[in-house]
Write a protein that binds this ligand. Sequence first.
Ligand SMILES: Cc1cc2nc3c(=O)[nH]c(=O)nc-3n(C[C@H](O)[C@H](O)[C@H](O)COP(=O)(O)OP(=O)(O)OC[C@H]3O[C@@H](n4cnc5c(N)ncnc54)[C@H](O)[C@@H]3O)c2cc1C
Length: 577
Amino acid sequence: MTEYTADVVIVGAGGAGMRAAISAREAGADVLVIEKGTAGESGCTKNSASDWMAFGAAFGHADPADSPHEHWIDILIKGALVAQPELARRIAYEAPHRLLDLERWGASFDKKDGEFVQILSDGARFPRACGKGAETGSEIMRALKTRAEEVGVRILERVMAADLLLSDNRVAGLWGIGLEDGKLIGVIAPAVIVATGGAGALYSLNVFPDGMTGDGVAMAYRAGARLVNMEFIQIGPCIVHPVKFALSGVFWRMKPRLINGDGREFLRRRVPPDINLEEALRLKGVSFPFSVRNDSMYVDVAVFEEITSGVPGPHGGVFLDITHNSKADIETKARVPFEHLLAQGVDIRKEAVEFAPCIQHFNGGILIKPDASTDVPGLFACGEAAGGQHGADRPGGNALADSQVYGAVAGAEAARYARSFQKRSCPVGALVERSIRAIQSIPSPSGCDWTGLLERVQSQMWRQVSVIRTEKGLSEAASCLQIAMGQLANARPSEMRTYLELRNLLQVGQAVVTAARLRAESRGTHYRADYPRRDDGNWVKQITLKYTGRTPDTETTRVEIPPEVAEGLRTGVLRMD
Ligand SMILES: Cc1cc2nc3c(=O)[nH]c(=O)nc-3n(C[C@H](O)[C@H](O)[C@H](O)COP(=O)(O)OP(=O)(O)OC[C@H]3O[C@@H](n4cnc5c(N)ncnc54)[C@H](O)[C@@H]3O)c2cc1C
């Protein structure tokens, strides 16, 4: 085993992890980043397959009436009142500073006359989204990587963190495996920051890059950190073949024809007769993720039902066709996606695209406090792996803002924690040995179909735990996960990476399903067809989950609504839809 030491070790070199590394290093800590793929290249920040990637920051350049306060209100309202107000406040007030950091380190965002070009994104009342078209994520990662090199961040690539090491109920470091050579590594560090992003691979249809298996969330959960808001997942219409690509509002504004696998239009037939279809499509154009907050939900539900109980296309989607628009209109009005897709061999002037509701972002994750610390001393979390800062839905652009705000907070706080922590020598070998012995004691017989098992879980999660949820479907998904967990407890894949990823996905899946079953109402991205109404009397609450090794322990905690938000909703100045 190769051993390393650091003051702060960070798992994940995406947007949040790299931002955390810079902050921790600037605060004087010796920092080591562990990355499963390639720093600056892996993860969602770099690989968000969409035509416009938004970073929400209330500069007020497009509308001087905007402010961090208004941004904060939007997070709470679009979050359907279950974002933690103090966590959301930091995103709103600190996002502009973090965007300026990125610009200072070389990222370029669209500007006009020295001011940021800011557009209106889903769930925002003011034009607030900054960006650089499809290149926003690349710009961010390029700047972060340059800065991380300047300040001397150490990075280990192609190493997968496997589990945290604990000593005296505190974090003592972590162990992992080299993905090239299979060798073990052990890191001794008083502070660990989890920045591993979301668990897109839990679902058969997702728009995440490969390898996003919820590792950090599961590691923290096993170590005793609570998870929160796990039932809230952003699911949006995305091309499923031949490329993964999120369908932005422009596609819906071009009056698309939605066609099933038999070549027949189905929308009118599937949408309830009392719903104004034109209005639902208009709303879909400004509401990327599925949400019960407005009638755009009927479009997503119709698509989901056509796929699950109608006639799907060959890749599990249905078709969106805008070819009845003139070529000139497509080339100009849909210029960015048109050019992007054409470069990948898809000509939307001539052909329909196969799409489906795909998992795009996890709103919940490891429960953090405003200083990004968790229930476990020495453990911090940020970015998509963290939870509580978003609610049942989130304004477009808030995940990137979150990654930079809480990345910076986590780095600075972890460095401070590490400084105050008395350095001790730690028996890393013994700790790793104990953690790995339990895994090695599981037999690894040949002939088990682990790929088949994973595919069954992914398909079950998409069918029962995505757009439409019911007690019946959720209990079937829970049984499927339970059976898979039982199999994995008695036999394991011979390849360690496969075992670790499968275990992580099953544990995260169990947390999602448990929370979704408990929340007997519909709110934001969580639609229970058997409880279709939002129930503010009982459910302005966050669900937290604690790992037990069996069904998680759950707790519900009421979220205190700030008086100005409650008053705004009472007088109608603020509206939930
Ligand atoms: C198609 C699409 C479009 C999006 N559009 C927007 C948008 O317009 N605006 C917005 O705000 N958000 C958007 N998002 C969401 C946003 O991109 C993500 O939430 C955000 O980038 C997450 O940043 P992160 O640093 O937390 O995680 P990531 O950038 O995903 O990085 C996580 C890193 O952790 C590494 N890792 C994982 N497990 C391990 C392990 N065990 N050991 C070591 N390393 C590990 C991964 O390889 C990866 O590099 C979009 C997402 C998608 C998929």
